[in-house]
Structures are given as structure tokens and as C-alpha cells.
Design a protein around this ligand. Structure first.
Ligand SMILES: [Zn+2]
Length: 254
């Protein structure tokens, strides 16, 4: 029986305005989902989306607005000097210090996500990469780093540069004593890596608290990474969450 669902593929846009609207909708939805999952901690945390036309500008949340209340119209557009060029709310200076440098160092990266989620920050204090304990954790196998430094709230572009350097070509970095940061070729992908990395931290913390977990072999972990850790896999894994949050909270698109 023929399926009426096309195979998943990246959306393609023929103009910047449509692509911008798409990215902003995904970004607002990602904030709602981060709020839903409890990744917010006061005013901390930021997900950014590169503008499709002004490549050194990005869209970000207004400082102090609850993730669960963010709509498309609330998003701030920030230029390469850290000035808000669209929107009326203040900008989180740490968001600019970190994300501007990650976006600059990685032209392929459309979006970056960082928050002080509970299991990610607990894991970050251990100064270790995640092990391939589960199929899901294999998305990060050989593709994430530890930023082994902590000197206070990141307000300095130089520290943002060092974090960007630690990300390298990978999809994620564990910021010691701080939390997780993920990147992707789409907002969907960056948000999904954050969600599943936070859960992988939780899974490893649970497993190690209960006993001595068995590791997936390096060969199997490498293979699994190609299956669950690709850009398309990350992008597609976000779509059920996007569909659900838009159905539940359609005002986010306003
Ligand atoms: Zn932070």
C-alpha cells in the first residue's frame, strides 16, 4: 500500500524571508520544549539561530522571558557587535559572548543551544565525556568534547572563542561545572542534540549509581553514531516534538 507520507527531507526555501520565518518558528518551539522539559534555571540558557540573510546576525531569546512564554515575535535579532537590531528586550551578554563565537567559528552551524539543565550540569562536574552506554548516547560517540575550564559567567569574547575552539568540528561540548552546549545545521538538530544529550547524561548518572554499566563496543558505537548521530537524524528526531508543541501551544507561532 503506498504511503501518503513522503520520506523526511530538509525543507528548501527560495527566499530568505520564508527561511527566516521557518527558523524563528522552530526556535520559539525549541524554547517552549526546553521549558517543558525543565531545562530553564532562572534567566540562564539560550538557543540561537543564524539569520539566513545576515549571516553574522543571530536570533535569540529576550533576557528574563520565561522559555514557556516565548513567541516568534519576542525573538531578538543581534548583530556581530552584540547590538539588538530587532526587538525591545535586553540581551543576555553570556549568550552573545558564547554563541557569537560559535557561529563565527563554524559557518556550517545554523543553531546552537545551551542551558543549565539538571543532569547536564551534574555530569559536567565530572569532567568526562559521555560513554557509549546506550544507543542514544552513541550520537555523541567521538563527536563531543569537554571544555575543561571554569572561570565564572562567560562575558568575555575570548572565553567564547575558547569554547568555540573546544566544540571543534563536533556537535556538542560539556562545559565543566556549567552545562551542555550543542550545535546543528538546523534549529531542530541543535535542540534535539541538547534534549537527547541531557537524557544521556541522566542515563549514565543512573547507570553508574546503580552499578558498573557495560559499554557498547567501539565498532558498534561507531556504526550506531552514523545511524543516530547524523545531521538528518538529529533534524528528524525533533519533528515529533515540534508537531506536539505547536498543537498544544499554537500561540508560540505568533
Ligand atoms: Zn550558561
Amino acid at each position: 500500500m503506498p504511503s501518503d507520507r513522503l520520506p523526511p527531507q530538509f525543507p528548501v526555501f527560495d527566499n530568505a524571508a520564508d527561511e527566516r520565518r521557518h527558523r524563528k518558528q522552530r526556535l520559539a518551539a525549541a524554547y517552549r520544549l526546553f521549558g517543558h522539559f525543565g531545562f530553564d534555571e532562572g534567566a540562564a540558557g539560550h538557543i540561537t539561530a543564524r539569520d539566513p540573510e545576515l549571516h553574522d546576525h543571530f536570533w535569540v531569546n529576550p533576557l528574563g522571558m520565561n522559555f514557556k512564554q516565548i513567541c516568534v515575535k519576542d525573538l531578538l535579532l543581534v548583530n556581530a557587535r552584540g547590538e539588538v537590531v530587532e526587538g525591545n528586550w535586553p540581551l543576555n551578554k553570556a549568550a552573545f559572548a558564547i554563541h557569537s563565537q560559535v557561529h563565527a567559528a563554524r559557518p556550517d552551524v545554523v543553531a546552537a543551544a545551551h542551558a543549565h539543565s539538571l543532569h547536564g550540569k551534574a555530569w559536567s562536574s565530572l569532567r568526562r565525556q559521555l560513554d557509549p552506554l546506550t544507543q542514544d548516547a552513541c550520537a555523541f560517540y567521538g563527536d563531543h568534547a569537554v571544555f575543561d575550564d571554569y572561570t565564572g559567567v562567560v562575558l568575555d569574547l575570548e572565553e567564547g572563542k575558547r569554547i568555540a575552539h573546544a566544540v571543534g568540528d563536533g556537535k556538542a561540548v560539556i562545559l565543566r561545572n556549567h552545562g551542555l552546549l550543542t550545535v546543528g545545521h538546523s534549529v531542530d538538530e541543535a535542540a534535539w542534540w541538547f534534549i537527547t544529550m541531557e537524557r544521556s547524561c541522566q542515563a549514565q548518572l543512573l547507570a553508574e549509581a546503580a552499578g558498573t554499566p557495560v559499554h557498547i563496543s567501539p565498532d558498534a558505537a561507531r556504526l550506531t553514531a552514523t545511524q543516530v548521530g547524523s545531521h538528518v537524524a538529529g533534524w528528524f528526531s525533533f519533528s515529533p516534538l515540534y508537531d506536539w508543541i505547536v498543537r498544544e501551544q499554537p500561540d508560540l507561532l505568533e
